[in-house]
Write a protein that binds this ligand. Structure first.
Ligand code: NAP
Ligand code: 8YV
Length: 315
């Protein structure tokens, strides 16, 4: 039986774990406190890894015979893909099947933040309605939406925003010929010309702190930031300052720089909607993600090409 290492099973549903166990001998790294000695015992026989977006260089090097890292999630910024490629290790992710789910959540966060839906819930529960009306909130339909990262998820967000009659513009490394939305080569200009900015780009070094003080200043005092990308995309201290000083109005955040740590300042702010990295977290989508991870491993160990590779390894 082929042997794989399962790094963590937090988000992997029991049905998926059962599929893994039916097909592979699964070593469960997360069950041990002393990871180094656990790895040293199984390192020679393990041929593949199932992980939730985590595989740094030192981890890859601790497993000399692996040929595949199957990641659960579309974002693979926590996997050292360059190093895996140098080592001849295929990396796979779980694209497409979570796109619509994440887009729903991004729009949900925008609505929740702009219209004060979470604040309204607290208003009722806290009995404040008896003292008077809640303050007026901000219109979403017909407003200008900027999207940082018009990829699969960004496009699904844009499709939803079209139904809200929003004017859509986007920023990325290059203009896309197959969309009619306005391309903005300068992110500061995109923020300046948007009422709301949604980040849905990839994480990693190339996008680190793209949303910085200057971008937030350009978004302006009635602007709202929604982040469903990665915490690393936003300069978190700059965001906190911008929210504290009214440089922007509000933020809807599903991702943070150092999860699960969320800065105390954000937790105390009433103009922020916070979520625990939940954008893909429905049973249907998590099952589909898990199944795709299993299918990638299965294809690899059956001598077939992986279904959704992120790198190219000569076979
Ligand atoms: P995708 O189709 O590959 O889209 C990624 C986008 O990032 C592309 O549009 C790309 O645009 C843009 N991008 C890459 N580098 C950039 C740069 N340096 N500057 C500006 N834009 C850049 O991926 P996807 O499936 O839409 O997923 C996007 C990301 O969403 C994932 O990588 C992940 O981090 C995040 N995500 C989060 C959750 C959650 O639970 N919150 C769930 C799923 C995914 P250009 O190529 O034009 O630059
Ligand atoms: C997952 C995500 O929660 O797909 C991604 O990139 O951020 C989420 O869908 C996460 O990857 C699970 O590891």
């Amino acid at each position: 039986m082929d042997e794989i290492l399962l790094v963590k099973s937090e988000m992997i549903l029991p049905e998926i774990e059962a599929h893994l166990e039916a097909r592979f001998k699964v070593h469960e790294l997360w069950k041990t406190n002393i990871q180094e000695s656990f790895i040293s015992k199984i390192r020679d026989q393990v041929r593949g890894v199932a992980t939730q977006g985590w595989a740094p260089q030192s981890f890859i090097d601790s497993l000399p015979n692996i040929k595949i890292i199957a990641s659960f999630g579309v974002g693979y910024d926590g996997v050292d893909v360059d190093h895996a490629t140098k080592r001849g290790v295929t990396v796979t992710n779980t694209p497409d099947i979570l796109t619509e789910e994440v887009a729903d959540y991004a729009i949900g966060l925008l609505l929740a933040t702009a219209r004060g839906i979470v604040a309204g819930d607290h208003y009722v529960r806290d009995g404040r309605w008896h003292q008077g009306l809640m303050s007026l909130k901000n219109r979403v339909y017909g407003q200008r939406l900027g999207i940082l990262g018009l990829g699969r998820i960004g496009k699904a967000i844009a499709r939803r925003a079209e139904a809200f009659d929003m004017t859509i513009a986007y920023h990325g490394r290059s203009e896309q010929s197959d969309v009619s939305y306005q391309f903005e080569p300068d992110l500061v200009e995109l923020a300046r010309n948007s009422d709301y900015l949604i980040a849905s780009c990839m994480g990693g070094e190339s996008t680190r702190n793209l949303i910085n003080k200057e971008v937030l200043e350009a978004l302006g005092p009635s602007g709202i930031l929604v982040n469903v990308a990665r915490g690393s995309v936003v300069d978190e201290p700059a965001l906190i300052t911008a929210l504290q000083f009214g440089t922007i109005l509000a933020a809807g955040l599903d991702v943070f720089a150092n999860e699960p740590h969320v800065p105390e300042e954000l937790i105390r702010m009433p103009n922020v909607v916070l979520q625990p990295h939940q954008a893909s977290a429905t049973t249907k989508t998590r099952l589909a993600m898990g199944q795709l991870m299993v299918d990638n491993l299965d294809a690899h160990f059956s001598g077939k090409p992986p279904l959704t590779p992120v790198n190219s390894i000569p076979r």
